[in-house]
Design a protein around this ligand. Structure first.
Ligand code: NDP
Ligand code: ZN
Length: 346
């Protein structure tokens, strides 16, 4: 990202590893909506920033205190790499805000990302996981952000057995939320979206009903589907700020709205008191960033190893070679109708 709305290649110094850190070379990367959103100024007026936060890498250098990794290891890199010494992590299980909003999301927000010949990972022992032997690289790549984020949406929603769950938006994040809600035992699982590939994968991952926001108000459609009762949980992975209003209107008292959307700094939420039951409806609105670190990704990889499901089904476009990162990024930015997620293998 050279400047807002202006991406291209740039030359930078090779990063340096502190005693606990590692320097990696990417072997597989994927662009994310948060990269394209950032490139258009969604996180402020950034300049000369290397984008990218989804990667499998080869370790090329480790700091003197790193014990679990050595040069040559192929490792899975969580998009969120907390500073495990931050005291906020001791009281907040999801993210360390000691150094500001989303401080654990270091790529993109506080340092260069992974679309580079070399990139830096803080606290390698706590944040990296060796790629399990025989594991499909594409599936492993989908754990670092898409699965971790989509599953966090489900964790934050506290989905219980038999719940009626709506997932608004079935891009890669929403599709992972569909898969996660299914694995957590949702009863009826309603997915909102239109792209045909996404609709097919949503059904494969466990959606029982598909609703198109292009066919009229989704609140009306879903209330009709549920005989006016509404739903127990809404996971938001698409739409705009007023999608939160729709989620509140869909929710039964006692329900939870779990937001995954990355809103713009310029946006405002307007919530009519009635939509929130005059503040008396016991409806929670939650929004948060996925947790990071090695243990979380190890667990995600185990779910793939033991065939709980296959996140590689998200990848609709594959590219080979470092130079193709630019093409994959542009594709993610343009979002053609047949796209779910591109990935680049280097
Ligand atoms: P996509 O753009 O691929 O998918 C968005 C989905 O929302 C599509 O299914 C789209 O439908 C649907 N949609 C669009 N407009 C509406 C609407 N008005 N009402 C209902 N549904 C609508 O996004 P991603 O899956 O890549 O990302 C989703 C969000 O999550 C983004 O805001 C992204 O920045 C954020 N994100 C957050 C992360 C986190 O950790 N919190 C990490 C990664 C992403 P259609 O099928 O018609 O295209
Ligand atoms: Zn992301």
């Amino acid at each position: 990202m050279l400047s807002v709305n202006n991406v291209g290649w740039m030359e930078k110094e090779k990063p340096v590893a502190g005693p606990l850190d590692a320097i990696l070379r990417p072997v597989a990367v994927a662009p994310c909506s948060s990269d394209t959103h950032t490139s258009h100024g969604g996180s402020g007026d950034q300049k000369n920033l290397i984008l990218g936060h989804e990667a499998i890498g080869e370790v090329v250098e480790v700091g003197e205190l790193v014990t679990r990794f050595k040069p040559g290891d192929i490792v899975v890199v969580p998009c969120c790499t907390p500073d495990w010494l931050a005291t906020d992590l001791q009281s907040n299980k999801y993210n360390a805000h000691d150094h500001g909003l989303m401080a654990s999301f270091k790529f993109l927000l506080s340092k260069d990302g992974v679309f580079a010949e070399f990139f830096h990972v803080n606290q390698a022992d706590a944040n990296l996981v060796k790629l399990p032997e025989g594991m499909d690289m594409a599936a492993a790549l989908m754990t670092v952000d898409m699965m971790s984020t989509g599953f966090f949406g489900v964790e934050q929603a506290e989905v219980e057995f038999g719940d009626t769950v709506v997932v608004i938006g079935i891009g890669p994040v929403g599709l992972m939320a569909v898969a996660g809600a299914h694995l957590k035992g949702a009863g009826r699982l309603i997915a909102v979206g239109t792209r045909p590939n996404s609709v097919a994968v949503a059904k494969e991952f466990g959606a029982t009903d598909i609703i198109s926001y292009k066919d009229g108000d989704i609140v009306e459609q879903i209330l009709k589907l549920t005989n006016g009762k509404g739903v127990d949980r809404v996971i938001v992975a698409g739409g705009k700020t007023d999608t939160i209003n729709q989620a509140l209107q869909l929710l039964r008292p006692g329900g939870i709205v779990s937001n995954m959307n990355f809103f713009d700094a310029t946006e405002t939420f307007e919530i009519p008191a009635w939509d929130w039951g005059l503040g008396m409806s016991n409806k929670d609105i939650r929004g948060g960033f996925c947790p990071g670190g090695a243990r979380r990704i190890e667990k995600m990889l185990e779910m793939i190893q033991y065939n709980r499901f296959d996140p590689a089904k998200l990848i609709t476009h594959r590219f080979d070679g470092f130079d193709k990162i630019e093409d994959a990024f542009k594709l993610m930015d343009e979002k053609p109708a047949d796209l779910i997620k591109p990935a680049v293998f280097i």
